[in-house]
Design a binder for this molecule. Structure first.
Ligand SMILES: Nc1ncnc2c1ncn2[C@@H]1O[C@H](COP(=O)(O)OP(=O)(O)OP(=O)(O)O)[C@@H](O)[C@H]1O
Length: 814
């Protein structure tokens, strides 16, 4: 079954209709007159870019561009760059800037964290400066980003480096009311936006046109041109003038002719600085994977976090509900560092707060969906851990790219189910991604299952969220990889989430039902997006990925698949080397032979010193006393000691389990009653049908009796409802799942729903922002505990200031 979102995106969007006022032409003419004055600096810059026929001059070679000052860039931009410590260009900047400044269309590809943002922002500033744009001219450059956070980030950089120009910049992501934004749209020179919101302005903001547009930039171009954004982008492109410069940048650039045709690129120049590099990912990034059953993932994540308390960690999960649930429980278990979460069901202001908070923190864990996978430049992330496999290698590259950015080192850990290992490892090798397999030392793993069980037993909402997480994770897996789905031990996975038994999977029930009613398998679940941002439905491995297929490497890699005991540098300065939980098993660097670097050396990924354990035991006892009476956790306390294998957080687990079973029993009883009721209604309907048929046979009018009985559509539960009621959850479950679908669909990081927005926009300014979630408990995703976490580096004042700054930024123009 397709999500609402996808159904919507199937409908071809009309080109945006631009609203113009009567005196629009006059305004345009006035603007043009203003620009016809000479400026010696501009003339000199142009002369360096386009030497005259009588004084021919070679372009400056990229290798000779040692500093930004070697390029024909205006004083204002150079000063803006210098003020932000940008003096020497990076490779992609060196290779692409001359083309960008000359007005060429560019397809730019370079590794994550290599400085692509400046490679498109500098040409924007320069073009607008040289053409003497001022705010009254309106939009002259457009940067389209796939997520709000990324748009915000680029906007921030633009403001900093473009500070001295007399240009206006605007962030248009749905973060404020449409009306407020609309007031500023016509006096904004550079618009940085998400696709949905931009389309909405084209359709609804009077006089907002792209007639003056000189540059279009698609940041993360491959993402924007594909899947959920496709129709919105087509509508936007229709509204743009064909005479423009187009810049496309991504670490996984598209070369698809179809994409390029849509954009009407003119002789685009392909600038790929790392195409010939040995590795696709940054060389300063160490990548590892472990094979892990579904039911062991939470324990692994917890063990990892507990042994990396002095690190900044970004953990990727497959769906919002799982992210939310893990955030809620991990926070309650006090790992000893701040836990944050970021996903598409959060309200806009929460997302920005989390973004800023994680940017500022030195040590924290951010649990996130793929909304954080692309482009975000959080300072000094030490680890990226992918708890769930990414849907393809491109997503893998972007996720791990959140660490090891611009001259920094970083580490990445990928958790794979046994059924996922072979294909994923092969795919990574094909794409020149070096990764090392690690073996889990199970003796050193912490088991938090009982703790989770006790938390769920004590809090019905938490239990409900655990059930939703279970269903959501399984649905995602089902859509992405059916064989892995089948290999999951459902009961064990449910238990690992703290559930006494595995909830039913409504999507499977629906599928079975439709199969049995039609006699064939007609209902294919095509969406993983029950609750997430991404709406990608096809395997988006790009063409360059296919062409880089290297069977030789794969075979060599497979041959190397044997256990080794060689070392990799110990990752953590804060980790001791006794009692590791992971050992290196193999090195799968493509094309390289394994190389032993010493016996018995082990990788200290996760560890805990014995002394610290001893110290914490006394504290633990004290806490256990507390927990036996009430399930609350000491906000300030360091609870290092709690994670001993048999620790249940001080609760009487047997009692808790009994309570949970009792509750389940009541739930079931309710369900049974509902099902009974349904059956009764169905019998009645059947009877009525037969009666009507009988009457028709006898020549009586069927309509005579219609008023007596409700029509089936109105009175009986829909298929959806029936399935829900047979599930282990209460009746609201399915409704919520469905409404969650709708919420996911509404996020602007995804295919937007302008129709719906139109309505929302008219309602109220505030509602306009909060299009993401109706889950009130989502508000918890940024609560006091987060903002002033155990090691909070920012005070409340800082947060307030930051918030004010964010709001000011969202305000747009300056
Ligand atoms: N010339 C430069 N000198 C110093 N630092 C730079 C320079 N260019 C970019 N950086 C820094 O490098 C980091 C990465 O830059 P940026 O975010 O533009 O990378 P990216 O290539 O767009 O990454 P991704 O593919 O993940 O989006 C940023 O922190 C940025 O400030």
């Amino acid at each position: 079954m397709k999500s609402k979102m996808q159904k919507f995106s199937m409908v071809k969007k009309k080109p945006a209709q631009v609203k113009r006022s009567k005196n629009f032409k006059k305004i345009q003419e006035k603007r043009h007159k203003k620009r016809n004055t000479d400026d010696p600096e501009i003339e000199a810059l142009n002369a360096r870019l386009w030497p005259s026929f009588d004084q021919p001059k070679e372009d400056i070679a990229p290798a000779d561009i040692k500093a930004f000052t070697d390029l024909p860039i205006s004083k204002k931009t150079l000063e803006g760059l210098k003020a932000n410590n940008f003096t020497k260009p990076t490779d992609i900047q060196r290779e692409s800037l001359m083309f960008g400044l000359k007005g060429h269309d560019i397809l730019g590809a370079a590794k994550t964290g290599s400085g692509k943002t400046l490679a498109f922002l500098i040409p924007i500033l320069e073009t607008l400066f040289k053409q003497r744009f001022t705010p009254s001219f309106g939009m002259a450059a457009l940067v389209i980003s796939p997520t709000r956070e990324l748009a915000y980030q680029s906007f921030d950089v633009l403001k900093k480096i473009g500070k001295l120009h007399e240009l206006s910049f605007g962030l248009v992501t749905g973060g404020m009311s449409l009306k407020e934004e609309a007031k500023k749209m016509n006096s904004t020179n550079v618009v940085i936006c998400t696709p949905g919101r931009l389309l909405q302005h084209f359709e609804q903001t009077p006089n907002f046109t792209a007639d003056e547009l000189k540059i279009l930039v698609l940041d993360e171009a491959d993402k924007i041109l594909h899947m959920g954004f496709a129709n919105t982008m087509n509508a936007i492109i229709e509204a743009l003038p064909r005479q423009r410069q187009t810049l496309l940048f991504s670490a996984t650039q598209t070369k698809s002719v179809k994409d390029l045709a849509r954009l009407s690129l003119k002789k685009p120049i392909y600038v790929s600085v790392h195409e010939k590099a040995k590795e696709t990912t940054p060389t300063s990034l160490q990548q590892r994977y472990i094979v892990c059953e579904m039911q062991d993932k939470i324990n692994t994540l917890w063990s990892f976090i507990k042994s990396h308390k002095q690190k900044k960690i970004l953990a990727f999960l497959s769906c919002c509900k799982q992210t939310r649930y893990l955030y809620q429980v991990l926070k309650k278990m006090h790992p000893g560092l701040t836990i944050l979460c970021l996903h598409g069901h959060m309200k806009q202001h929460q997302r920005m707060e989390v973004y800023n908070s994680f940017s500022r923190k030195q040590h924290a864990v951010l649990l996130a969906t793929d909304v954080a996978a692309r482009g975000l430049d959080f300072p000094v992330v030490n680890w990226v851990i992918q708890v769930d496999k990414p849907e393809n290698v491109d997503t893998y590259i972007h996720r791990v790219g959140r660490t090891a950015r611009y001259e920094k080192v970083g580490e990445a850990l990928l958790l794979l189910l046994p059924s996922e290992e072979k294909k994923m490892a092969e795919d990574l090798v094909k794409r020149k991604i070096p990764i090392v397999k690690l073996k889990v030392n199970k003796n050193r793993m912490f088991d938090v299952t009982k703790k989770l069980e006790s938390l769920c037993a004590a809090d019905k909402d938490l239990k409900d969220n655990a059930q939703k997480a279970f269903i959501s994770v399984m649905k995602t897996l089902y859509v992405l990889d059916k064989s892995s789905f089948q290999s999951v031990d459902l009961e064990a996975f449910a238990a690992s989430l703290g559930l006494v038994q595995a909830p039913k999977l409504p999507f499977l029930e629906k599928k079975k039902k439709s199969e049995s009613s039609t006699g064939a398998s007609v209902t294919e679940l095509t969406s993983t997006q029950d609750d997430d941002e991404s709406s990608e439905e096809d395997d988006d491995d790009s063409e360059d990925e296919k062409s880089s297929d290297n069977e030789g490497d794969v075979k060599k890699w497979l041959k190397n698949k044997k256990t080794l005991n060689f070392g990799v540098n110990s990752d953590d300065d804060d980790d001791d080397n006794d009692g590791d939980i992971y050992n290196v098993v193999k090195d799968v660097k493509p094309g390289e032979n394994e190389e032993s670097t010493g016996d018995n050396e082990q990788l200290a990924l996760v560890e805990e010193t014995r002394s610290s354990k001893k110290k914490s035991r006394a504290r633990e006892k004290l806490k256990l006393l507390k927990y036996t009476t009430r399930i609350t956790f000491d906000e300030e306390g360091n609870v290092e000691g709690q994670e001993s294998d048999d620790d249940a957080g001080g609760l009487n687990i047997d009692q808790a389990r009994e309570r949970m079973k009792e509750r389940d029993k009541t739930d079931k009883e309710l369900q049974r009653q509902r099902i009974k009721e349904q059956h009764r209604e169905q019998r009645l309907k059947l009877k009525e049908k037969r009666r009507l048929a009988e009457m028709e046979k006898r020549g009586q009018s069927a309509t005579e009796n219609e008023v007596v009985l409700d029509t089936p559509d109105e009175s009986s539960p829909s298929d959806d409802e029936k399935v829900t009621e047979q599930s282990d959850n209460d009746h609201s479950e399915s409704d919520e799942e469905n409404s969650d679908n709708a919420q996911a669909d509404e996020t602007e990081d995804d295919e937007p729903l302008p129709k719906k927005r139109k309505v929302v926009a008219n309602v109220s300014d505030e509602e306009d922002i909060q299009d993401d979630s109706s889950d009130d408990d989502e508000d918890q995703s940024f609560d006091g505990d987060q903002a002033s976490g155990n090691e909070s580096e920012i005070g409340a004042e800082d947060i307030e200031q930051e918030e004010a700054a964010v709001l000011a930024l969202l305000g747009g123009t300056r």
